[in-house]
Write a new protein. Structure first.
Length: 343
């Protein structure tokens, strides 16, 4: 397989997070560049040269913050975008943590999705963390590259706790999203830490299976967006992935089985499927025991490849077409804002 440059509002949950910081040996620092780059245009030496992102948000985000956080002895980095505060605004803000794909970085995902603009229009903080070795430990199997498969989960917990403390992120409105390997990382967080999140979304990502399996452990609203013609991570999953000369690619469930696993963990009822223009939508309504209510949704995008629907960034060769049937960025953020039963 080719690599890709590719809530709980309850205080006990927040206190539990705060314990992660000293146990993990965390320290934080951040620095603001002299000027923010033009919105949607990557900055720095790792920026890709393939264009400037999709998404339909119209607000201008505040200056970018390049942050550092020490976790488990590693200095982890992230990009943070704050919304420009509305006049008289004084309160906590929703937080979206967005994971890039394998072989890519935070700037690439920002360019591909323009998530910071759409989030700013909704008054949301958005953090783009950097994966170790340009990837994420989305499964439970230890590998030579990732001998500790829980490291990225702890980093994400620590990052959320840090932003709750320093940026007034609302611990009851924390969301995760990601693309490809980053989408699988977002799904892992939703599966293993459902009480930490108010919602999760994945584009072209699936739950790992086999000896790397990740199992949902509680109810949380989840959206899975997947291209029907994805040649890299097929809709039907990768139960036996081919060998990878770099970081091993994990076996995965199908996109539908991924969504159904979250539905089952949320005691959801029978799904309802509707054909929309350019995609098929299946919705499971979470049971009454779900703290946040909401749904699990699977959007299968007709003719789409291993791509972010609505993006204007050309995908790498062999990754298939970008669908314009929906804008994944706005669709996901709308879902986070209102994960209700759907139409």
């Amino acid at each position: 397989m080719r690599s890709f440059r590719d809530r709980s509002r309850r205080w006990p949950g927040v206190l539990a997070l705060s314990v992660v910081l000293p146990l993990s040996g965390c320290a934080a620092d951040s620095d603001r560049p002299d000027a923010a780059p033009p919105s949607g245009v990557p900055s720095g030496p790792s920026a890709p040269a393939d264009g400037t992102g999709g998404g339909a948000g119209t607000a201008t985000p505040g200056p970018e913050v390049r942050g550092r956080l020490r976790v488990d002895g590693d200095v982890r980095r992230y990009l943070l975008h704050r919304p420009v505060p509305a006049p008289g605004a004084d309160g906590s803000r929703p937080l979206v943590v967005a994971f890039h794909g394998r072989g890519a970085d935070a700037a690439e995902l920002r360019a591909r999705t323009r998530l910071e603009r759409a989030a700013a229009a909704r008054g949301m903080l958005v953090a783009f963390p950097e994966g170790l070795g340009h990837g994420w430990g989305a499964g439970n199997r230890a590998t030579r590259q990732r001998p500790d498969p829980g490291r990225d989960v702890r980093f994400t917990e620590a990052l959320i706790a840090h932003l709750v403390r320093t940026e007034r992120a609302d611990p009851g409105r924390v969301y995760v999203a990601g693309f490809s390997n980053g989408g699988s990382m977002a799904l892992r967080m939703a599966a293993e830490r459902p009480g930490l999140l108010a919602g999760a979304a994945s584009v072209s990502g699936q739950l790992p299976t086999g000896d790397a399996a990740v199992e949902p452990t509680g109810p949380v609203p989840v959206m899975v967006v997947h291209g029907a013609a994805d040649p890299v991570r097929p809709l039907a999953g990768l139960p036996s992935p081919p060998p990878d000369p770099g970081e091993p690619v994990l076996p995965t469930r199908s996109a539908r089985d991924t969504a159904a696993a979250f539905a089952a963990a949320g005691d959801a009822g029978e799904p309802v499927t509707r054909q929309e223009k350019g995609y098929e939508r299946t919705v499971w309504r979470l049971g009454s025991g779900a703290r946040h209510g909401g749904t699990v949704r699977l959007l299968v995008v007709h003719g789409a490849g291993h791509t972010w629907p609505g993006s204007t960034v050309p995908p790498p060769e062999g990754f298939g077409p970008v669908s314009k049937a929906l804008d994944a960025t706005d669709t996901i953020l709308d879902f986070f804002t209102d994960p209700g039963p759907g139409r």
